[in-house]
Design a protein around this ligand. Structure first.
Ligand code: DGY
Length: 322
């Protein structure tokens, strides 16, 4: 019997896709960093049973309409705003994501960004490397404390709760805003639910972890930054379009907030001449929230496992619904 065909849109290590190797014929895009061009992708999708995608691919109506026997798209991310899930459902195609395996790693990075901005880690490291360090000074590169401050988590899903646990370890007060209450976090971590505006007003660190949806697009706008404390630090590790970058830039330059740690941007990759990147009080990363070696292997494995399940006629491990 012919093996099913799988297309993988980014070069992944051979040993990370072993779950699929025995059961499918695999074709993989040859570059690790450059996404597959759209025309090549649309051509490849015509003849395959499954595609492993990344967040660089738009998996939309036009993608699905090119497919003739596609059964499943395994997205290599917990977020799936790059996928039109309703269109997939219309075409009878299963969509899967990679939750849980990246929770702790992403929470680590969110906390690292808070610390990096607060303690001016990148600035200080550059200062040493550029030979600017001449002497010890009482206020040399003095930053802000995290311990005993208030963190405001917007989007209290799995990663939000994992971040709250880290904050608890630093004796921080935890405020959160979410569509639903997290009773476990309230009971075990002392997290306190508050309306969005109240979180912004009270938090020293505002961390955005909400998924990108029609409702959350542009959620952090000029009004939101206006409500924050003047010495607040804003961190975004979810999706860029949840933030209006122009308003963020104005808030930083105008002293409405003190700093920002950004792992995600409205347009990725962000252009190196983007105004936000000119600010010392901004730490910018290239969307590496879940990027530890171990976690990325687990994510690829979970995406492959989901695809394998569907190809074997079984339910997916982590399907997503519209
Ligand atoms: C996700 O999983 O959604 C991340 O943004 C990509 O690792």
């Amino acid at each position: 019997m012919n093996k099913p065909k799988v297309y993988i849109t980014r070069k992944c290590p051979e040993d990370s896709i072993k779950r699929l190797k025995n059961i499918a014929n695999i074709k993989m895009w040859t570059d690790e960093l450059e996404p597959v061009p759209r025309d090549i992708l649309l051509n490849e999708v015509k003849d395959v049973d499954a595609v492993l995608t990344t967040l660089s691919e738009d998996v939309d109506e036009s993608f699905f309409s090119h497919a003739n026997k596609l059964k499943v798209v395994g997205n290599l991310a917990v977020g799936y705003d790059n996928i039109d899930v309703k269109a997939a459902e219309r075409h009878g195609i299963t969509i899967t994501n990679t939750p849980d395996v990246l929770t702790e790693t992403t929470a680590d990075l969110a906390f690292a960004l808070m610390m990096a901005v607060a303690r001016r880690i990148v600035e200080a490291s550059d200062y040493v490397k550029k030979g600017q360090w001449k002497n010890w000074g009482p206020l040399l590169l003095a930053g802000k404390d995290l311990h005993h401050k208030t963190i405001g988590i917007v989007g209290m899903g799995r990663i939000g709760t994992a971040l709250a646990r880290r904050a608890k370890g630093f004796d921080m007060d935890i405020l959160y805003h979410n569509r639903s209450r997290d009773e476990m976090a309230e009971k075990t971590l002392g997290a306190v639910y508050a309306p969005f505006e109240d979180v912004l007003e009270a938090a020293d660190y505002v961390v955005c972890l909400t998924p990108l949806t029609a409702e959350t697009k542009g959620l952090f706008d000029g009004k939101a930054f206006e409500l924050m404390k003047q010495d607040a630090i804003f961190v975004n590790v979810s999706r860029g379009p949840v933030v209006d970058e122009q308003s963020l830039y104005k808030a930083l330059v105008g002293g409405k907030i003190a700093g920002a740690g950004l792992d995600v941007f409205e347009k990725e990759p962000i252009s190196s001449d983007h105004p936000l990147l000119s600010l010392d009080q901004v730490v910018a990363l290239p969307h590496i929230g879940s990027s530890s070696m171990a976690t990325r292997y687990k994510m690829i494995d979970l995406a492959c496992w989901n695809i394998a399940k569907i190809l074997e006629g079984k339910p997916a491990v982590t399907p997503v619904k519209s």
